[in-house]
Each structure stands twice: as structure tokens, then as C-alpha cells.
Design a protein around this ligand. Structure first.
Ligand SMILES: Nc1nc2c(ncn2[C@@H]2O[C@H](COP(=O)(O)OP(=O)(O)OP(=O)(O)O)[C@@H](O)[C@H]2O)c(=O)[nH]1
Length: 310
């Protein structure tokens, strides 16, 4: 399927205070796209947040919150900042057009609209967005295991730290390190080691299955499980599930001095982000506990952190 074919689909939010204009745009787009609509700015922001359209057609002049203000808020919120906006407006001067583009709009269509032009502009923006989304997914994914990579982990940890901090909710982190993986590679070969890392990642995804959980490859054979809004008890539950998964998978590790199958050690940290703490504090606590779990014999988890009562 080409990029253009993919772009034919997609969800478009039409925002206009006049039902007549919404009907015209709906008529132009309904054969190729799923069309949502809103008749004022606050409703548009709500739909953008909750239904994640791929593109927004936005009327510049509306009573109350105008299109420029809507555009500014869309850009300011991480969950809507990636949605492209096309301004649709009766204002036609170069100044109006410049103002719309300056506000962050991707394109500008003048009223009265021509259906063929609207369709073509929408297709172009959706194509660009699809390409950008695909590139972003590539940049944020670990090529071997398919889980998030370190860059994605760092971004999400920062975002969740701020979000949970505002809400007074905990953030839990499990750092997971496969036991004696060097010996595994030495015994079974690097390719078998690669295949085992893939299996291991699958086990982690099963153990941390809420939509907000993030499994990431943190280093070579070290992984991180980010668990927003989870306390020590919840995080321990995830660690326990991972141990059970590994037990059931029973991947032989004949070279391990501590077990006959593949095992892992984990450090679990849990904090409610405060004014004087930073995400690195959470990592540091989890890392120290992981080290402790290794030192105490491996195949176990250790729990700690300021707000980590399990
Ligand atoms: N097959 C494979 N091995 C990897 C990959 N990334 C890292 N490793 C290996 O993981 C091993 C990590 O070894 P160490 O850091 O010494 O740790 P360990 O042998 O697991 O020992 P402990 O952590 O102390 O239990 C090294 O041999 C790396 O080569 C990878 O992508 N594929």
C-alpha cells in the first residue's frame, strides 16, 4: 500500500460555528474519511484530546474561542500537538494567511471552499502525517525486540513524571536485567541470545499490559518497565508476573551458575514526583536495588523508593 492510499483513510475533525459549513465539508470528505465535527473551540479541544483525529479543519473566526486560540492550545498539549491543522476561513488577505501559518497551521483554505481542493489538501496533510508518524515510531522503537527504545523511555518518563507530579500520583519503575547473559551468549551463541531477548521482551509486555505501561530496552540486556500511577504493591505485582512468565517459558540456561533456566533480577522504585525530585532519582533508586538483587543471588526483585510501601 502506498503512502497516498493509506492517507485516503483517516479521521478528520471539522470545526466551524455554522452547521451549513460543516455540512459542506462533511459532503466533500465523507467518502474517503471518517468525519467528526465540533461547533466551538472548547468542544473541538475535547474531541481532539479524546478521539485523536488525524487532521483538523478549523474555522478561524468563531464566537468565544477563535481558531487561533484553539490552534495554540492544541500545540501546547503533548497529546494534541502532533495533529495537523488546516485553517478554513473567509479571511483572505496575506496577513490572515500568515497569521494562521504563524499560529502553527499546516495549511490554509479560503471560503467558499471548493470540494476538490479540500480533498486534495486533506490528502496531502494526511500523507505527511502518516509519514511523520511512521518515522517517529521507527525512531522510538528498538529494532531487535520491537519494544520502546531508550529515547522513547526517556521521553515518556519525563512526561509521566510531570503528569503524575501534577496529579499527586506515584510513578513506579522496574529495572530488569537478565542474569548471566554473557554466559548465555557464550554458551548458545549471539544469535540465540538475540532470539531470547525477543522472547524476554514478550514476557515483559505480558506482565505489564495496561495501556499506560511502557516496556523499554534500556541497555543491551537491561530493560525498564515504566508504570505510571502504580504504587509499590502494583509494581511488585508486575515483577511477580514477570517471574511467573519466565518460569513458565523455562528457557534453558545450561551455563548459569545460579539456575538451570533463564532468570532475571529487578530493582523496583516508586515515587510521587515532588518539587525537589527529578526522574533521575527514580532511576537511581531502581538501579541500586537491581544491584542489590544481583548481589543477593539473582532471580529476585528488591523494592524501595520514597513512596514504595507495598
Ligand atoms: N545476543 C545479544 N547479546 C547482547 C545484546 N546486547 C548486550 N548483549 C550481551 O549481554 C551481556 C551482558 O553481560 P554482563 O553485563 O556482563 O552481565 P551478565 O552476564 O548478564 O551478568 P549479570 O548481569 O551480573 O547477571 C554481554 O555479553 C553483551 O554482549 C544483544 O543485542 N544481543
Amino acid at each position: 500500500m502506498s503512502w497516498t492510499d493509506m492517507a485516503v483513510n483517516g479521521r478528520v475533525l471539522v470545526v466551524d460555528d455554522a452547521m451549513e459549513n460543516i455540512q459542506i465539508l462533511h459532503g466533500a470528505l465523507q467518502d474517503e474519511h471518517e468525519v467528526l465535527f465540533a461547533m466551538d473551540g472548547p468542544r473541538a479541544l475535547e474531541i481532539a484530546r479524546t478521539q485523536q483525529p488525524d487532521l483538523i479543519l478549523l474555522d478561524a473566526v468563531m464566537p468565544g474561542m477563535d481558531g487561533y486560540a484553539v490552534c495554540k492550545e492544541l500545540l501546547a498539549a503533548p497529546e494534541t500537538s502532533d495533529i495537523p491543522v488546516i485553517f478554513v476561513t473567509a479571511l483572505k488577505s496575506p496577513e490572515d494567511e500568515t497569521r494562521a501559518l504563524g499560529a502553527g497551521a499546516a495549511d490554509f483554505i479560503s471560503k467558499p471552499v471548493n470540494a476538490a481542493v479540500v480533498r486534495a489538501r486533506v490528502r496531502t496533510q494526511l500523507t505527511v502525517k502518516r509519514q511523520r508518524d511512521a518515522l517517529r515510531a521507527l525512531i522510538l522503537t528498538d529494532a531487535l525486540t520491537g519494544v520502546a527504545n531508550r529515547r522513547a523511555f526517556d521521553e515518556r518518563l519525563d512526561a509521566e513524571w510531570r503528569r503524575c507530579g501534577r496529579a499527586g500520583l506515584p510513578v513506579a519503575l522496574i529495572l530488569v536485567d537478565i542474569d548471566h547473559f554473557k554466559l548465555y551468549n557464550d554458551h548458545y551463541g549471539h544469535q540465540a541470545g538475540d532470539a531470547t531477548l525477543v522472547q524476554f521482551a514478550t514476557a515483559m509486555r505480558r506482565a505489564a499490559a495496561r495501556t499506560q505501561d511502557l516496556v523499554a530496552r534500556y541497555g543491551g540486556e537491561e530493560f525498564a518497565i515504566l508504570l505510571p500511577q502504580l504504587d509499590g504493591r502494583g509494581a511488585t505485582g508486575v515483577a511477580h508476573r514477570l517471574m511467573t512468565e519466565l518460569e513458565q517459558m523455562a528457557i534453558p540456561h545450561a551455563a548459569s551458575p545460579t539456575a538451570s533456566r533463564l532468570t532475571a533480577s529487578m530493582g523496583i522504585a516508586c515515587m510521587v514526583p515532588g518539587e525537589h525530585s527529578i526522574p533521575a532519582d527514580l532511576i537511581q533508586v531502581a538501579d541500586a536495588l537491581l544491584y542489590q538483587a544481583k548481589a543477593e543471588g539473582r532471580n529476585r526483585y528488591k523494592l524501595g523508593g520514597a513512596d514504595c510501601a507495598a
